[in-house]
Design a protein around this ligand. Structure first.
Ligand SMILES: CC(=O)[C@@H](O)[C@H](O)COP(=O)(O)O
Ligand SMILES: NCC(=O)COP(=O)(O)O
Length: 250
């Protein structure tokens, strides 16, 4: 197993700030280029159905401007499938969406929608996209993702990150165990394992130490830190936390 742990920087919340006032500033494509220069291994952006942050033109701009891989997060809808097929990103990550949620609350229900999702990902895979499913760290969901032919799963780290942030240490340890077991199980099936959502400098270490994990996608915290220390430094510090855990980990 290669040891390189990739960092995908999610730039959605640059667009959140832009959209608060309308207009063009700050530009998420500019942030993505800066992240690329600062060592991001990829850029992640989530084109939500309600366009609350990233917009269609951002996706096109990212695809045109970047030389690192673009990971296009989206709901499994016909509209998004059409946009992804037009955009031709390196990767497509299917995410569950609810209009009323503040952020992505849960993982994609793959086990109960295996037939539909299997048909949905087929044209994306045929077009050359690396398809990933954003799922809970749950054995049934991991198994279903493998069964329908997804090459990658991204395990939802939100419950782990929330427990860490709120000092609920027993919950944190239980969630870390779930992520650890799901990563090992998925890796054993031949899936590439990614983890994302809510990770910070504090919480990233135990996840980065998991040898089965190949990529982390981190956005909200990095963009917040960038206000205080600048985007390149915020990314460099996340990279340092990941590398330190990788070297020191199991
Ligand atoms: C799937 C995921 O975890 C990210 O794309 C995240 O959802 C982006 O931020 P929002 O949930 O705030 O849109
Ligand atoms: N898929 C998770 C992601 O892209 C980043 O999530 P967050 O760090 O913004 O919570």
């Amino acid at each position: 197993m290669t040891d390189k742990l990739r960092l995908g920087v999610n730039i959605d919340h640059v667009a959140t700030v832009r959209n608060a006032r309308g207009g063009d500033n700050p530009d998420p494509v500019r942030a993505a280029l800066m992240a690329q220069e600062a060592g991001a291994d990829g850029i992640t952006a989530h084109l939500r159905e309600d366009r609350r942050h990233i917009r269609d033109a951002d996706m096109a701009g990212l695809k045109a401007a970047l030389r690192v891989p673009l990971n296009f997060e989206m709901a499994a809808t016909p509209e998004m499938q059409r946009i992804a097929l037009d955009t031709r990103p390196h990767a497509v990550c299917l995410v569950p969406e609810k209009r009323e949620e503040r952020t992505t609350e849960g993982g994609l229900e793959v086990a109960r929608q295996a037939g539909v999702l299997g048909e949905f990902i087929a044209p994306l895979r045929a077009a050359g996209a690396r398809v990933s499913l954003f799922i809970a760290a749950d054995r049934d969901q991991v198994e279903a993702a493998h069964r329908i032919g997804a090459p990658v799963v991204e395990l939802h780290a939100g419950a782990y990150a929330d427990a860490w942030a709120e000092g609920r240490w027993d919950d944190r340890d239980r969630e870390l165990k779930r992520l650890t077991e799901a990563a090992a199980y998925g890796h054993g099936l031949g899936l590439e394992i990614h983890v994302g959502h809510g990770l910070t400098y504090d919480s990233v270490g135990p996840i980065a130490a998991l040898r089965e994990v190949r990529e982390l996608n981190i956005g909200h915290f990095i963009i917040g830190e960038a206000i205080f220390r600048g985007l390149p430094d915020a990314i460099a510090e996340m990279r340092r936390c990941m590398d330190a855990a990788r070297v020191g980990g199991a």
